[in-house]
Design a protein around this ligand. Structure first.
Ligand SMILES: Nc1ncnc2c1ncn2[C@@H]1O[C@H](COP(=O)(O)OP(=O)(O)O)[C@@H](O)[C@H]1O
Ligand SMILES: [Mg+2]
Length: 236
């Protein structure tokens, strides 16, 4: 198992947000967290990344406990987070945004290191925008730059927090194709979405969340075949 989250409970001060959340991701899988706004999707990513460490439970990466480690240590172990709010540097060029994120790969990785050239093959638009300030990019381009920048850190587990949020359907389609290419490369991906049709197309398995609890888990093929599950838990 690449990632094993077991019964985590996460709080913001006195607010109890995640209740005994457990999830597993095998190497090479694409898994999605589905749920409406405020159910705890971002908090799961923050818990895994060590930004808001859970108060109880365990998080194992390749069998080793990472709960209690600092975010930069967790990043160094191969976890790359693409945050919901797309934190690119507006006053750096697209290329500079990518260059500052580059680092040497780790020993356990199976794929070749990400380079700017490899990033350009996946996101040709970033080559076209090479010398433009980050702040001048459209929402979709900023999302691609955020993903690209995280890839430059050579993650083995990519965490994508609502990648399609606020994007036009055509841009979402492009990002969908890019995620499928990353999947083909062997990257393990955990993503969150409210836009469930997009998530169902790219993911192998799903977890449905409500108020910090996991209500349903299973294969996305099952969700596609039985729309009543989506109706019951997500109201769509
Ligand atoms: N920094 C914070 N302090 C207190 N409560 C927070 C904080 N961030 C999020 N929350 C609350 O935690 C719950 C889960 O939020 P979040 O994980 O962002 O949900 P999602 O990503 O599914 O929209 C929400 O009720 C939200 O209001
Ligand atoms: Mg969120």
């Amino acid at each position: 198992m690449l990632l094993e989250v077991k019964k985590i409970n996460t709080f913001y001060d006195l607010s109890h947000i995640l209740f005994n959340v457990s999830l597993e991701i095998d190497k090479g899988e694409t898994v999605c967290l589905l749920g409406r706004n405020g159910v705890g999707k971002t908090t799961i990513f923050r818990s895994i990344m060590g930004l808001t460490p859970p108060r109880s439970g365990s998080i194992r990466l390749y069998g080793d406990e990472i709960k209690g480690k600092k975010p930069y240590e967790i990043a160094r172990l191969g976890v790359g987070l693409v945050p919901e709010d797309r934190e690119i540097f507006p006053d750096l060029t697209v290329r500079e945004n990518l260059e500052i994120a580059g680092k040497k790969g780790r020993k356990e990785k199976q794929t070749e290191d990400w380079t700017i050239e490899k990033v350009h093959r996946l996101f040709p638009i970033l080559r076209d925008r090479n010398n433009q300030w980050g702040g001048t990019l459209s929402g979709g381009e900023q999302q691609m730059l955020t993903i690209a920048r995280t890839l430059m850190g050579n993650p083995t587990l990519l965490l994508l927090d609502e990648p399609s949020e606020g994007l036009a359907p055509m841009i979402t389609k492009t990002i969908e194709e890019q995620i499928l290419l990353l999947k083909k490369e062997g990257l393990t991906i955990l993503l969150s979405e409210q836009n469930s049709s997009f998530a169902l197309r790219v993911s192998d398995r799903a977890y449905i969340l409500e108020k910090g609890h996991i209500l349903w888990q299973g294969k996305t093929s099952e969700l596609r075949e039985k729309p009543e599950i989506m109706m019951t838990y997500l109201g769509v």
